[in-house]
Design a protein around this ligand. Structure first.
Ligand code: NAP
Length: 476
């Protein structure tokens, strides 16, 4: 007799994962690993390419971090996994469609925008968000048409996280080193003419409160033809609380080593400054400088230290300003949103309706839209595991609406009717192969990325047409 239980061959448990970054892939993996359940995972991404910030965020000179995609290839190789690239929820499929076509939906949509400084003239030409710059140099289609003026000598990066480290480094890496990376062609071209010679990184708190990690900090000191400047006085501060955690101590050791370095007369320099906040951007038609406020640290009720302005200010010259003060989640239509934390309210990954305090049935979140924009790629593994455990618990305790959902073929027909041209994982692997081929042609580059959606779709269409044309026709 045929088994008709949900999760059987006849009625697979159908799960949609919205977003194909690390948290989405780990969630897909945990769902797929159930020996006693037949599960079909459909992963959606609005771009034709998968991998989220691994492709669009990780710095081009960090290839080892990017190699994690080999793990995602294995997850995608599961026979019941499908990738639907170039499909945007809200445009090609609605939230209601997902509810109707799946037993459960996992949102892995990340944090799509960035925090604002909220200071006068924040949007003057020459003042940018780091997320724009990062997306641009990583060939993300959304940022393809951005322009950055590198004709001035001085750039300032506001923020003390790893994104600030990435931005400072990419601005000063010798162009011949960038040539060996998968940085976007347009960025390589623009940075080849860059006149930036000095990058100042501003921390609003002190060296012991910085968010960057020691490895990333150390890399600043390894750039060729670049001096790193840290004022020794910045490291003479009162020790608050107990011993520093290992990571903080690691940062302090590296900063101390930087502060002891003698300038070598290198053509470029990175200056790390602490306890400084920008309060205004200076300039009329474009950025000319910044007004900086000096800060002091004051303990909060929770025991943490916050920056408080002392009232002393200074003006510093600058031609470019990047705010690298954190990403920010955006609401997803049809789901509740906690605007104070910029996350979808949830309990262990179960979306929770703040009005009732009750879970929203069969809707889940993972990654940055669940916990906020913190942590490294690996942080998403336990995070996604927790959500999938909640999902499976709901499934096994009958908290799921056991409704019949249409088969995958019906979904694909619907997409066809809506003229939503989806990109499969095989298609993506073709794009991947072509990008690598372009890299070899350009000489020793890991890949030359496509940076426009139309270009990717046209290339796919062209290659598919060629494949069809190559099929020998039978003589009649
Ligand atoms: P982040 O680690 O949260 O750092 C944000 C920084 O901005 C902090 O120093 C914060 O200072 C500062 N900040 C926030 N608001 C500010 C304001 N109004 N004025 C001045 N400074 C302000 O964020 P992120 O650098 O965007 O990185 C996001 C996540 O991705 C992190 O977990 C990071 O480690 C990860 N990441 C990892 C890598 C890597 O592994 N290589 C690379 C890039 C990103 P306070 O501490 O005072 O709030």
């Amino acid at each position: 007799m045929t088994d008709h239980r949900l999760g059987s061959d006849a009625r697979p448990l159908r799960v949609a994962v919205v977003g194909s970054g690390p948290s989405g892939f780990y969630a897909a993996d945990f769902v797929q690993r159930q020996d006693d359940l037949v599960v079909q995972v459909d992963m959606f991404d609005r771009l034709p390419t998968p991998f989220g910030l691994v492709r669009g965020g990780v710095a081009p000179d960090h290839p080892t971090i990017k190699s994690v995609t080999r793990v995602y290839d294995k997850i995608a190789a599961h026979p019941e996994f499908r990738f639907y690239g170039n499909i945007e929820i809200g445009r090609d499929l609605t939230h209601e469609d997902l509810r109707a076509y799946y037993h459960a939906v996992i949102y892995a949509v990340g944090a799509r925008t960035d925090r604002r400084l909220g200071i006068p003239k924040e949007y003057l030409p020459g003042a940018h968000s780091a997320t724009d710059f990062v997306g641009w140099y990583n060939a993300h289609p959304d940022y393809r048409s951005m322009t950055f003026d590198f004709s001035g000598a001085r750039a300032v990066v506001v923020g003390n996280g790893n994104v600030a480290m990435d931005v400072a480094r990419i601005l000063l890496v010798p162009i011949e080193d960038l040539h060996r990376t998968d940085i976007a062609e347009h960025a390589l071209e623009a940075l080849a003419h860059s006149q930036i010679r000095e990058v100042t990184v501003l921390g609003r708190r002190g060296p012991a409160e910085a968010a960057f990690t020691t490895k990333e900090l150390r890399e600043l000191g390894e750039l060729s033809d670049c001096d790193v400047i840290v004022a020794p006085a910045d490291l003479e501060f009162e020790h608050h609380g107990d011993e520093y955690a290992k990571a903080v101590q690691g940062n302090l050791d590296v900063l101390r080593e930087f502060s002891e370095r003698k300038p070598t007369g290198a053509s470029r320099r990175i200056v790390l400054r602490f306890l400084r906040s920008p309060v205004e951007i200076v300039g009329e038609d474009r950025v000319r400088g910044l007004v900086l406020a000096e800060n002091e640290l004051v303990p909060t009720d929770s025991g943490a230290l916050r920056a408080r302005m002392t009232g002393i200010t200074e003006v510093m010259d600058a031609d470019l300003v990047f705010r690298a003060i954190g990403y920010q989640g955006m609401p997803v239509f049809g789901l509740p949103f906690d605007s104070a934390r910029a996350v979808i309210p949830n309990e262990r990954g179960r979306v929770v309706d703040p009005a009732t305090g009750e879970p929203v049935p069969a809707e889940y979140v993972v990654g940055w839209i669940k916990r906020g924009p913190t942590g490294i790629i690996g942080t998403n593994k336990p995070d996604s595991r927790e959500t999938v455990e909640a999902l499976l618990e709901d499934f096994r305790t009958g908290a799921f609406d056991d409704h019949d959902v249409p088969a995958r073929s019906v979904l694909e027909r619907l997409l066809g009717e809506r003229r939503a041209d989806f990109v499969s994982y095989d298609d993506w692997q073709l794009i991947d192969m072509l990008e690598q081929e372009r890299g070899r042609e350009a000489g020793e580059r890991p890949r030359v990325k496509f940076s426009q959606v139309e270009e990717m779709l046209a290339t796919l269409a062209e290659n598919k047409r060629r494949d069809t044309d190559d099929v020998p026709t039978l003589e009649r």
